[in-house]
Design a protein. Structure first.
Length: 95
């Protein structure tokens, strides 16, 4: 199942710099592992914002929730999820 996910990052301005760096490093490692195993096929920075648009590909809503709630930055994210369905006008890859 494909999901469009928007994540807005809201780190407290007074967060200890070492804690901030550690969170961001762990977030990167976590997301890159999911990219490598195909669960997170698209990750885009929204230009001009500390936010991203992502496509996640999970077996079901429960797996999506598990992956998102495991993000190291999860306590600092506003997350908006949109389920995706195939558009009837989309051409096949080989058309
Ligand atoms: O958009 C961000 O910076 C938050 C984030 C999600 C995956 C990642 O590596 O960073």
């Amino acid at each position: 199942m494909l999901f469009h996910v928007r994540m807005d990052v809201h780190l407290p301005p007074d967060l200890d710099p070492a804690t901030r760096d550690d969170l961001i490093a762990r977030e990167k490692a976590y997301s890159q592992q999911l990219q490598r195993n195909g669960k997170w096929p698209q990750l885009w920075r929204i230009a001009g914002e500390y936010a991203n648009f992502s496509i996640l590909d999970t077996a079901d809503n429960e797996e999506l929730h598990r992956l998102l709630s495991g993000l190291p930055l999860f306590p600092y994210l506003d997350i908006t999820v949109t389920p995706l369905a195939t558009h009837p006008s989309k051409i096949a890859e080989d058309d």
